[in-house]
Design a protein around this ligand. Structure first.
Ligand code: CIR
Length: 255
């Protein structure tokens, strides 16, 4: 059994991406492509086989593939992104995922973005956000309960997704921005606060013993390293301007 990372190409229309909490800044598309290629090389160096889903015209946010599905060992759930412009992204991802998993899907009026789903062991924390609604969370709960998963809703108001504010950096340990989400929903875990000057630093991708982490947040990276966590930096400056982060550019699964 090996690890697979499914990624999706950067679309040339990324400059017209969805934005919610950020002001639009100019994105260097060529640099975004280069940084995304490096992101894939890092995933590969950490043991993942990379499968790239081609993008399609008009899918400005397609690189943020995480928002289209959640993949568990037993099943994959195709999501229904909260931004209508992003819903056409799901079909291309479905075509690849059906080779690896039985599929279920979120139906209207439910909406759910993968960035709102923080899975830790058999618990899925689900952000109730501007993108993900109660119906989406309820549908996910009904789909995964038979596979032994519990879904806990957590309201977010200050950031795009739940995982903008909290992510797992080691088994039982979460990196959190306490200004964006209360630690009270995560009292069973050890919490590490981000450095206060790096408000977007809470999103990291844990792969085995390593954490892929944006190069733009060195103070928080130092904090993690001081705790004995292996940090592998990735420069994602251009995708960050599109309100993207580390987890959102891949779907990780075992196969
Ligand atoms: C959006 O607003 O949908 C995209 N521009 C960014 C999505 C980032 N997704 C994620 O962090 N899971």
């Amino acid at each position: 059994m090996g690890l697979i990372a499914i990624t999706r190409e950067v679309n040339t229309a990324i400059g017209s991406c969805e934005l919610t909490f950020l002001q639009r800044g100019s994105i260097d598309t060529a640099l975004a492509v280069q940084q995304h290629q490096n992101y894939q090389s890092v995933l590969s160096s950490l043991g993942c086989e990379i499968i790239v889903v081609p993008t399609e015209p008009g899918l400005a946010d397609s690189v943020f593939i995480e928002d289209t599905a959640i993949v568990l060992d037993e099943i994959a759930v195709l999501l229904r992104p909260g931004a209508a412009s992003r819903r056409p992204e799901v079909a291309g991802v479905e075509a690849v995922l059906r080779q690896y998993r039985t599929l279920a899907s979120i139906q209207p009026p439910g909406t759910l973005d993968g960035g709102d789903l923080l899975r830790i062991d058999n618990i899925i924390f689900a952000g109730l956000s501007t993108r993900s609604n109660q119906s989406g969370i309820e549908q996910l709960r009904n789909i995964v309960i038979d596979h032994g998963f519990r879904v806990e809703a957590v309201k977010t108001t200050k950031c795009l997704h739940l995982k903008s504010a909290v992510s797992e950096v080691a088994p039982g340990t979460l990196l959190i921005n306490p200004d964006w989400i209360s630690g009270s929903s995560f009292s069973d875990y050890e919490l590490i606060d981000i450095n206060k000057e790096e408000s977007h630093a809470a999103n990291s991708l844990l792969l085995g013993q390593n954490v892929m982490f944006p190069a733009s947040f060195p103070r928080t990276a130092d904090k993690l390293m001081t705790r004995g966590i292996n940090v592998t930096p990735v420069d994602l400056s251009e995708l960050q301007k599109a309100e993207g982060a580390t987890t959102c550019c891949s779907l990780i699964l075992t196969a």
